[in-house]
Write a protein that binds this ligand. Structure first.
Ligand SMILES: *Cc1c(COP(=O)(O)O)cnc(C)c1O
Length: 811
C-alpha cells in the first residue's frame, strides 16, 4: 500500500505537473493533467516494482511467464489506484484542485492489444497473479496499432486504425539495453566438430526486439509484476544497413519499414486462422525474444540450465506461442550444448498449454514451405521432435497408420501447432468443464488416450477487482456494508450475501443501484448513439465478438418475432425492453459484418415505429472494448449467452454479468453450465439443445432446418422478412443470412432453438414482473459469483500446473 495523505498527494501532484510540463497547473489541459497523474502514480509503483524484482532475483521462487499473442488490458490508471488503495485520497486531492478524477481517467486510451475473451483472460490473469503474490509475468507483442476502432456508418461497420500510442503511453518503459536479436530466413550449416553435430544459422535476417515493460500492480500487497511487450526494429545502421551503403536511402527506409511491420498491427480475427506469413513472423518474433531474455536473466542470476524447469514455468495461451517449444530446444541443444533427451525433458516440464477453442477454422496449421524458409533451424528441430514422437506412436499403435498420420505434428504438407503444443508440454487444459470433456472425448481423444495425465480443466475466471470493485462502486459499497470487505481478498466470501436476500431493504437497495447504473448507461447510449432509452425497461444485453456461433442472429429473429406479435396484438402484455448489442466483426468476415447491419436495420425500423417504440427499442453501441464493457455490464438486467451448445469454450462475459447482478438466459454451453450449477436452476433461464444432441446431429445428421421454416409460422414470417424489404430497402441485403438458415441447413441450429428461446424469453418476462423474486435472483447471482474470480483460476493453475508456491502474505 502507498501511505500518503491528501495534503502530500496534492503537493506531489502539483510538483509532478510542473516537472513534466514546465507550466502552472492552472494553464494545463486535461491531457496534461492526466499525464501528470499517471506519472505520479508510476513513481509510487516504480519503488514497489524494484522491490518485487529484487525479491524475485534472489528468492529462488519459481517464475511464471504467461505467453500470449494478446493482452486486452483496457485502461490502467483506475486499476492502479484501486490496487494501491489510494483512489479516494487521489479523488479528494484532485477535487480540491478542481480536477474531476473520472474525466482524467476517461482520457486514457484503452490498451486494446487483443480481440476478445482470449486476450481479456490474459489481462485478468496478470491482475490475479500479482494480487496473489505469484511471480508471474506476461510476454507478448507491443503492437503499434491495437484492435481497430469500430465506427458505424449507415448501419455498417467501418474500421479505423487504433493509434493508441499517439498521445504516448504513461505506463510503459522502454528497455533498450535488454533487447534481443531474432533471426529469420537464411540457412543452417551443419558441421561435425569433436564428435558432435553442430548447427550454425547463417545468412539470416536479424531483427532487433526491444522490450517495453508495463507494471502490473497487485491488490494491497506491494507486489508489482511485469508485462513485457516486444517491439520490432531494424538492427542499427552500421551493422546491417551496410548493404545500402552506396547511398540507396529509400531502399534502406523500405527495409526498415518491412522489419517494423512485424509488430505493426494486431490481427483482428477471433477464433479464425489465416495462414499469413506475417502472423508466423509475429509468433516467432515475440516467442524467441521472450525465451532468450528469460534464459539470459535466469543464467545471470546464477541459474543452472539443467534446473530450468524447476525454476521457470512457461504457459502458452492457445497455440499462438507454441514455437516456444522448439525455441527452448534450440537454445538448450545448440547454445547450451545439452543432450537432446535432457533438453526435451526440461522443455516439456517447463511448458504448459491452454486450448481455447474446438472450432476447426481456428486451428493453426502452417504450410511446410513457409515455415521452413522463414525458420530453417526451428523447422529442423520440429522435424526431429516429430521423428522421435512418431517412433513412440509406432510402438504404441502398431499398424494403425491412419491414426499415426492423424496424430503427427507434420503431415499433409503442414505443421500442426496444436499437436506440437500437446506433445511438447506437460499439461494441456481446457477452459470449462464441458470444453475439457469435449477435448478429451472427441477433439483430442487420440492424444488423451496417449497422454491421459496431461489433460486437465481450468475453468476461466475474471478479476473481480476490475469487474466489480472498479466498474461497479455502488454495488461494491452495498456489499461492504452488508458482508464486510473480506470478499475482496477472498471472493468466495460473496456467498455471505445470500443471507441478506431475505431482507427487503437490501433488495430495495440492490434494485436502486441497478437503476442508477442503468441511468448511467442510458446517458452513454444517448451521448454515443443518440437514442433515448427508458431505464425502467429491461436492459437485455448481448455484447461480445460478432460470430455465427455466438448467434446474434437468434437474438435478432426473436426481436423480429416480438415486434410482429406487438403489431398483431397491440395490447399484448409484455415488459418493455431495451435490446442492447455491441461487438466487432472481423473485417473479412462477411456474415458477421452483415449481422451488424441487420441489427442496425432492425433498430432503425423498430425505434421509428410509434406503435411499438414505447415498449421496445434496439441499440447497437459502437466500438465495444473493455472500457465500454465496464459501463454496460453493471447496467444490465439480462445477460444473453446463447451460443450454439459445444461451440463456446467458456465465455467470460457471462461471469462478469452475474457478478454485477444480471440474470442469465443461456444455452448449456461453456461455463454457463457451471454458472447454472452454482446458482441452481431457479436463478438462471436455460434453453436449447444439449451438447449430446448437438454432437449427435453433427455425427449422424437428422436435422432439417427447412422443416422448421415450413412448419413454424412465426419462424417463416421472421425469416422471410430478412428478404422482404421490411427492414432494408435492398431486399438482397440479408440474403446470405436467409440462405444459411433455410437452404444451407442452419449450421448453428438457430431455427432449431428458436421456439425454446422464445419460451425462455417469455419466462424472463414472467419472472421480471415479480419484483422481489427478480431482485433475489440478481442477488443470488452476485452471491455465487465468487468462484468465477480469476483468483480461483490462477490458484488452480499455480498449484495444479505451474508448481508455484502460492503465498498470500505481503512482501
Ligand atoms: C469479457 C470480454 C470479452 C469476452 O466476451 P464473451 O462474451 O465471453 O465472448 C470480449 N471483449 C471484451 C471487451 C470483454 O471485456
Amino acid at each position: 500500500m502507498v501511505s500518503v495523505d491528501k495534503k502530500s498527494f496534492k503537493l506531489a501532484y502539483i510538483n509532478k505537473f510542473l516537472e513534466l510540463h514546465g507550466i502552472d497547473l492552472k494553464e494545463g489541459n486535461n491531457q496534461q493533467k492526466y499525464e501528470a497523474l499517471a506519472g505520479l502514480i508510476r513513481d509510487y509503483v516504480s519503488r514497489m516494482w524494484l522491490k518485487t524484482n529484487k525479491k524475485n532475483n534472489k528468492s529462488g521462487q519459481k517464475q511464471v511467464y504467461y505467453f500470449s499473442m494478446e493482452f486486452l488490458m483496457g485502461r490502467l490508471l483506475g486499476d492502479a489506484l484501486l490496487n494501491l488503495g489510494i483512489r479516494d485520497i487521489c479523488k479528494e486531492a484532485l477535487s480540491e484542485l478542481n480536477i474531476p478524477l473520472e474525466e482524467l481517467e476517461n482520457l486514457e486510451h484503452d490498451q486494446g492489444l487483443g480481440n476478445g475473451g482470449l486476450g481479456r483472460l490474459a489481462a485478468c490473469f496478470l491482475d490475479s497473479m500479482a494480487s496473489l503474490n505469484i511471480p508471474g509475468n506476461g510476454c507478448g507483442i507491443r503492437y503499434k496499432y491495437g484492435f481497430f476502432e469500430q465506427k458505424i456508418v449507415d448501419g455498417k461497420q467501418v474500421e479505423v486504425s487504433d493509434d493508441w500510442l499517439k498521445e504516448g503511453n504513461a505506463w510503459e518503459m522502454r528497455k533498450a539495453n535488454k533487447s534481443e536479436i531474432v533471426k529469420f530466413g537464411g540457412e543452417v550449416k551443419v558441421d561435425y566438430i569433436n564428435n558432435n553435430l553442430t548447427f550454425t544459422h547463417v545468412n539470416y535476417e536479424p531483427v532487433l526486439a526491444i522490450p517495453y515493460d508495463t507494471p502490473i500492480v497487485g491488490y494491497d500487497n506491494d507486489v508489482v509484476n511485469t508485462l513485457r511487450l516486444w517491439s520490432a526494429e531494424a538492427v542499427s545502421n552500421e551493422f546491417d544497413f551496410s548493404s545500402f551503403s552506396r547511398g540507396d536511402f529509400l531502399k534502406a527506409i523500405e527495409y526498415k519499414n518491412s522489419i517494423e511491420s512485424i509488430s505493426q498491427v494486431l490481427y483482428p480475427e477471433d477464433s479464425f486462422y489465416k495462414g499469413k506469413i506475417l502472423r508466423l513472423k509475429q509468433q516467432y518474433f515475440f516467442v524467441s525474444a521472450g525465451i532468450q531474455s528469460i534464459i539470459r536473466h535466469f543464467k545471470k542470476y546464477g541459474g543452472n540450465i539443467e534446473e530450468l524447469d524447476e525454476k521457470i514455468a512457461i504457459h502458452i495461451n492457445d497455440t499462438h506461442p507454441t514455437l516456444a517449444i522448439p525455441e527452448i530446444m534450440r537454445i538448450l541443444v545448440d547454445e547450451e550444448g545439452l543432450d537432446w533427451n535432457v533438453a526435451w525433458r526440461i522443455t516439456t516440464n517447463t511448458v504448459s498449454y491452454t486450448n481455447h477453442t474446438i472450432l476447426a477454422e481456428a486451428l493453426e496449421k502452417w504450410p511446410i514451405d513457409m515455415f521452413k524458409s522463414l525458420l530453417p533451424r526451428i523447422y529442423m528441430i520440429v522435424e526431429e521432435i516429430n521423428k522421435r514422437y512418431c517412433e513412440e506412436l509406432w510402438n504404441r499403435f502398431q499398424g494403425q497408420w491412419q491414426k499415426i498420420s492423424d496424430m503427427s505434428i507434420i503431415a499433409d504438407g503442414q505443421v500442426k501447432m496444436a499437436h506440437l503444443a500437446i506433445v511438447g508440454s506437460h499439461s494441456v487444459n481446457g477452459v470449462a468443464k464441458l470444453h475439457t470433456e469435449i477435448l478429451k472425448k472427441k477433439e483430442m481423444s487420440n492424444f488423451y488416450y496417449l497422454y491421459p495425465n496431461k489433460f486437465n480443466n481450468k475453468t476461466n475466471g475474471i478479476t473481480h477487482r476490475r469487474w466489480l470493485l472498479k466498474s461497479n462502486p455502488k454495488l461494491t459499497n452495498l456489499l461492504k456494508d452488508t458482508i464486510g470487505d473480506s470478499f475482496i481478498k477472498h471472493p468466495t466470501d460473496l456467498n455471505n450475501f445470500q443471507k441478506y436476500l431475505s431482507d427487503d431493504s437490501v433488495l430495495e437497495k440492490l434494485s436502486r443501484i441497478k437503476l442508477e447504473n442503468k441511468k448511467r448507461l442510458a446517458s452513454t447510449i444517448l451521448k454515443n448513439q443518440k437514442i433515448e432509452v427508458d431505464p425502467y425497461s429491461i436492459f437485455d444485453v448481448q455484447v461480445k465478438r460478432i460470430h455465427a456461433y455466438k448467434r446474434q442472429i437468434l437474438n435478432c429473429l426473436r426481436i423480429m418475432d416480438l415486434y410482429n406479435s406487438l403489431i398483431d396484438n397491440p395490447d399484448k402484455d409484455i415488459e418493455s425492453r431495451t435490446f442492447i448489442f455491441a461487438g466487432k466483426a472481423a473485417p473479412g468476415y462477411y456474415l458477421a459484418k452483415n449481422t451488424i447491419e441487420l441489427i442496425n436495420s432492425i433498430a432503425k425500423t423498430i425505434n421509428n415505429d410509434s406503435r411499438v417504440n414505447n415498449k421496445i427499442k434496439v441499440v447497437f453501441m459502437e466500438n465495444y472494448n473493455v472500457s465500454l464493457a465496464e459501463q454496460i455490464i453493471p447496467g444490465t438486467d439480462l445477460s444473453e449467452q446463447i451460443s450454439t451448445t459445444t461451440k463456446e469454450a467458456s465465455g467470460t462475459s457471462n461471469m462478469k454479468f452475474m457478478m454485477n447482478g444480471a440474470v442469465t438466459i443461456a444455452t448449456l454451453d461453456g461455463a454457463n453450465i457451471e454458472i447454472k450449477d452454482e446458482v441452481t436452476d431457479e436463478n438462471i433461464v436455460i434453453f436449447g439443445l444439449t451438447a449430446d444432441e448437438v454432437l449427435s446431429y453433427y455425427r449422424s445428421g437428422g436435422y432439417n432446418s427447412s422443416e422448421i421454416y415450413n412448419s413454424d409460422i412465426r419462424v417463416k414470417r421472421v425469416v422471410d422478412d430478412l428478404v422482404s424489404g421490411r427492414y432494408n430497402p435492398d431486399k438482397d441485403r440479408f440474403r446470405s443470412i436467409y440462405e444459411n438458415l433455410v437452404n444451407y441447413n442452419d449450421e448453428f441450429f438457430v431455427l432449431k432453438d428458436f421456439d425454446s428461446y422464445v419460451k425462455a424469453q417469455n419466462k424472463i418476462d414472467m419472472l421480471y414482473k415479480d419484483e422481489r423474486r427478480w431482485q433475489k435472483m440478481c442477488g443470488q447471482n452476485i452471491a455465487h459469483s465468487g468462484i468465477f474470480s480469476s483468483d480461483r483460476t490462477i490458484e488452480q493453475y499455480a498449484t495444479g500446473i505451474w508448481g508455484s508456491e502460492v503465498i498470500y502474505k505481503n512482501l
